[in-house]
Each structure stands twice: as structure tokens, then as C-alpha cells.
Design a protein around this ligand. Structure first.
Ligand code: G
Ligand code: MN
Length: 396
């Protein structure tokens, strides 16, 4: 018996009852792959068009989808997108001659499990499908266990559950504001608006942004945030600056923000924070996108400076008005001469370019004293005031 035969024989045992949906517009290819998978013990439904695939998924539960990318009418990426609207766990394996970079990026975004290149290696196909059906079963078992234990996070992993969680989060969304004070005299320079919600299955802002991303609802979320910040701005002292974080996706659609009437109304008081990571990820595009925001009258801040990314690319592109030192750089600065030297040179350079420097994440008086001495203009952190409903008076 050859190696392939023994593997196939094994597969029959452990893959029984696992159901695979196969999509390929060429009937011969579909038939060939179906036969291969059936021999390995899978139950296979083969279709030749995306519409038929979606109908099949509505009718019964599959453990894995294997789909060609290039097909007339709707293609494999569109199938993947449609599947993700309904089911976040169902693995999708894509078959392609040579994926373009753009297709690959889109597919990864949508949670494609793996690419299989043509010509298909039968052993690789069987092994990959076996693995992905196992992962699918595991994901479903995990979800069932979590909801059995009454954990709302279990609910949130299914599409419908996640939608419900997201809607509850949006309904309970509120903005916390954390004070940013002048190093010179402790007076209030402004506040950073921070996303909060009372939905237990999305316990921190990152989880809520993640959910919005998976549900294609980011614009809805960021529009809501801007509307809330604008509403609060009416109660804020007109002399305060209001800092707001921009999601990297917002950056790709900066025109939409620049035109948003909520934003336009408060733009001159706004400092838009762009995390250094986002600025670097989309090198080449950021400058022009930012200029639309600047024309609306707001200032630009680089957030999380020093958060593991070296280089000055973001500076050159953004010419920020404000630079926020990452809290990792700030932590224990009184005990770390290397951090002090680094901060000193950043501060000197920023001042030369007429940029304000914010030290964020300050938790102790020792840190605060050193940062003031190093020339930081503005201070933010739990020591000075925690994020709280608007507009709490700083504690320090
Ligand atoms: O990435 P960004 O700098 O926008 O992150 C701000 C986050 O940091 C907020 O969620 C806020 O609650 C948190 N934060 C603010 N001040 C402090 C602090 O002094 N210490 C710590 N650990 N976190 C802080
Ligand atoms: Mn920030």
C-alpha cells in the first residue's frame, strides 16, 4: 500500500460525516475534486456557481467550503464575503492559479482560511480540508460550550450573536473623557475622548472596533462617535482642545470625516490622533488624506509615538501639531536613563519644529516630575485623571 493509500484509509475513519461544499465553475474540476474528497471520507456537495453555493449553505450546515476564485458571475471572494455575513466560523479554502496581491489582501481580511494553488496537490487538499473541518467543529463546540455556561462572549462569536452584541454596544455607547493638562501649571489644556460601552460581551473599545470591522459597520460606529463628541463639545469650555482617536479605516476615508457636519462644527477645537502604526502601514497615502482634515481646521497628533515602530516616516508625512509619547516610553522613566535620553531628544526636535509633546499614561508622581523636567508640554494619565464621563475635574 502506498503512503497516499494509508493516509486516505485513515481519513475515512476520522472524517466521516464531515460535510464539504465544493464550488468550481468547471464541472469536470468540481467532479474530480469531489471524488477525491469523497474517497477521503468527506460528504461532498459540488456546485458550479456562487448562487448555488449560497443556497446550499442556507439549506444545511457545512464544515468547510472549498471554492475556486475566478468564476464567471460572482467570484470566490464574493462568496467568501457573503458567507462571512452569515457565519464567522465556517472555514473557506480558496483555489487559484496565482492570487493577485489585492485579492489576497481582501481574502485575508474576510477570513479566508488558506490558498490552494493550481494544480491542486491531492494530498495537500485532503490534509487541509481535514484540518479545517476539525477547526470548524472545534469553533462550534466552543461556541456551544460558552453559551451553555451562560457566557455572552459565546453568543458573540456567531454572526447573529455578534450583530446583537454590537447593536447593544452601540445603544449603550458613551464617551469617556480623560484630561490633558499643561505641564507648566496643571491647568486643563483639553480632554481625550475615549470610546466606552456597557455591553459585557464587548468589554473594551478594541473588542467593539473589532466587531464593527467584522460586521462592516465601522463607518456607522465612527459616525456615532463623532456625533457624540460633537454633542459633548457644546458643554465643554470653548478654550479646551478635544482629542479624538482616528481608526486606520477612517484614514482611508478622511474626506467623509472632513465633510461630516458634526465634525466641521467643532474642527477648530479638535486634535485628531493618528496612531503611529496606522500612519506607517499606509505609507504613501497618508499625507494627502490628512490634508483634507487639516483644511477643515483641525490639528493632527501622532499617537503612541515609540510603540515599537522606529523611524521618522510618520513625522515627515503628517507634520503633526502634537506628538504623544507612548505610555511604554513613559513607564518608569525616572528609573531608566535610556528612556530619559530618548525623550529628551524627541522633545528637543519637536520643539524645534514647533510641535507640542504630550506624555501619556503617567501613573506616578516620580514619572510626572521627570517628564516635566524633560520638557514635555502636556501631561495625561491616571495620576492626573482617569477617563470619566464629561467633564471631570483633574484629580491632580
Ligand atoms: O492608544 P491610546 O493612547 O488612545 O490609548 C488610550 C488608552 O489608554 C485609554 O483606553 C485609556 O483608558 C488608557 N490610559 C490612559 N491613561 C492611562 C494610564 O495612566 N495608565 C494606563 N495603564 N492606561 C491609561
Ligand atoms: Mn489616543
Amino acid at each position: 500500500m502506498s503512503g497516499t493509500d494509508s493516509r486516505t484509509a485513515l481519513a475515512v475513519g476520522d472524517a466521516a460525516t464531515r460535510r464539504v461544499l465544493l464550488v468550481d465553475d468547471e464541472p469536470d474540476v468540481a467532479r474530480g475534486l469531489a471524488r477525491l474528497l469523497e474517497r477521503a471520507g468527506f460528504e461532498v456537495v459540488a456546485v458550479t456557481a456562487v448562487v448555488d453555493a449560497l443556497r446550499a449553505i442556507d439549506q444545511r450546515e457545512f464544515d468547510t467550503v472549498v471554492s475556486d476564485i475566478n468564476m464567471p458571475g460572482q467570484n470566490g471572494i464574493e462568496l467568501l464575503r457573503n458567507i462571512r455575513r452569515k457565519d464567522l466560523d465556517l472555514p473557506v479554502l480558496l483555489i487559484t492559479g496565482a492570487p493577485s496581491l489585492e485579492t489576497a489582501v481582501r481574502a485575508v481580511d474576510l477570513g479566508a482560511m488558506k490558498y490552494l494553488s493550481k494544480p491542486i496537490d491531492p494530498d495537500e487538499l485532503v490534509a487541509t480540508v481535514r484540518r479545517s473541518t476539525q477547526l470548524c467543529r472545534l469553533a462550534r463546540a466552543k461556541r456551544a460550550a460558552l453559551s451553555l455556561l451562560g457566557n455572552p462572549a459565546g453568543e458573540a462569536s456567531g454572526r447573529a450573536g455578534l450583530e446583537a452584541s454590537f447593536e447593544r454596544a452601540l445603544a449603550s455607547l458613551w464617551m469617556a473623557f480623560q484630561p490633558i493638562v499643561r505641564a507648566r501649571d496643571g491647568s486643563i489644556f483639553g480632554y481625550e475622548a475615549l470610546l466606552r460601552c456597557d455591553e459585557p460581551s464587548l468589554p473594551h473599545p478594541g473588542a467593539m472596533l473589532d466587531a464593527a470591522e467584522r460586521l462592516d459597520a465601522l463607518p456607522r460606529l465612527t459616525d456615532t462617535i463623532r456625533a457624540r463628541v460633537a454633542a459633548h463639545a457644546a458643554d465643554a469650555d470653548p478654550g479646551w482642545s478635544l482629542f479624538m482617536n482616528l481608526h486606520p479605516a477612517d484614514l482611508l476615508d478622511a474626506g467623509r470625516i472632513a465633510r461630516d457636519p458634526h465634525f466641521r462644527g467643532i474642527a477648530p477645537r479638535m486634535v485628531v490622533e493618528i496612531t503611529e502604526r496606522a500612519a506607517l502601514e499606509s505609507v504613501g497615502d497618508v499625507g494627502p488624506r490628512i490634508s483634507e482634515l487639516r483644511e477643515a481646521g483641525c490639528r493632527i497628533a501622532i499617537d503612541d509615538l515609540g510603540a515599537g515602530y522606529a523611524g521618522l516616516t510618520s513625522f515627515i508625512q503628517l507634520e503633526p501639531d502634537v506628538v504623544k509619547l507612548d505610555m511604554a516610553l513613559v513607564r518608569d522613566v525616572h528609573l531608566r536613563p535610556v528612556k530619559r535620553r530618548l525623550i529628551r531628544s524627541v522633545v528637543d526636535l519637536c520643539h524645534e519644529m514647533e510641535m507640542l509633546v504630550v506624555a501619556e499614561g503617567i501613573e506616578s508622581n516620580d514619572e510626572r516630575e521627570v517628564l516635566v523636567e524633560l520638557g514635555c508640554d502636556l501631561l495625561q494619565g491616571f495620576l492626573l485623571g482617569r477617563p470619566a464621563p464629561p467633564f471631570a475635574v483633574p484629580t491632580w
